[in-house]
Design a protein around this ligand. Sequence first.
Ligand code: ACO
Length: 321
Amino acid sequence: MYGVKISGLGKAVPRLEVSNEDIAAFIDTSDEWIESRTGIKSRHISTGETTTELASRAAQQALEDSGLSACEIDLVIVATVTPDYTMPSTACCVAKNLGIKNATCFDLAAACSGFIYASEVAVSLIHQGSYKHALVIGAEVLSKTVDWTDRNTCVLFADGAGAAIYVRTDQNKIIKILTASDGDGSELITLPNLSGPSKFNTIQNPQKYMQMEGREVYKFATTAVPENIQDVLADTGYTPQDIDLFILHQANARIMDSVAKKLDVDNKKFFKNLQKYGNTSAASIPMALADAKEYLKPGDKLILSGFGAGLTWGSMFIIWE
Ligand code: ACO
């Protein structure tokens, strides 16, 4: 089995920053409610930037950070639930923008766990020797999927992209990845695919926007995530107390505090950038990792953990290099 490590990171957000006060100007909410319930203060919202554009900008940065050239990338996976097109894949469009030729390119949908799922696929394929240099991106323009009159969702979700490059190496640094799902919770977060009616089928889905049972998702996240983190560390010889930094999906600061408490870990070890970016679904973990990079030292032990629609969840245990 070949070893794998991360060799480059990148991040991109739309230009427009929208504060809680900006949202409270057109909907019945307040900065106080949003910040105290979620930890979010501000977010970036597309005024035209596409998922492909954000993904390409993050990927270009990750490529420069890794020192690789575009022609060395042989696998591109984009985790997204908000592609610009169902076909071609966002991954093929990113490959075109970056000048990546002949790579295997595809998109993967696992909502807010998307980056962990895509990383598991890429890392496994490098471990087994099929590829050498994989570009894994989480990219979303969720602002086009939320009902901007629904205060339950529109204050939470936002736009952005994060990218990581995984490369083959002698010393393995991606120690373990563990993903899971529970389809019984599939109705808790839904986003319909709005293809039009056909000549033979005039039934239209009455749901147009994203819907979420926030309280139920909160209960699921605060139960499944600490268990999954314990499980990913099982048999590695490490405990949650040995971990230097936890990077969770940036959905809610209270979820992170609850997970910290359940794992008996200081919540200062849980990296947070959701105050600036909100919940960017598949993009949130690689964006947070890109922001956390300046604080990381070689040998640091990291847990990355995602959870979201599906229901899906998953964690990765990494040694930083
Ligand atoms: N402003 C003001 N009041 C609001 C707002 C708002 N933006 N949104 C809801 N409220 C009101 C509700 O109407 C409710 O009022 P009521 O008591 O009169 O009925 C009250 O606030 C409490 O609502 P709750 O939904 O119980 O609020 P809660 O404390 O649970 O916070 C939240 C809601 C932030 C959504 C929380 O449940 C949460 O974070 N859930 C998890 C979300 C998540 O992790 N998603 C990840 C996956 S996303 C994906 O996969 C795409």
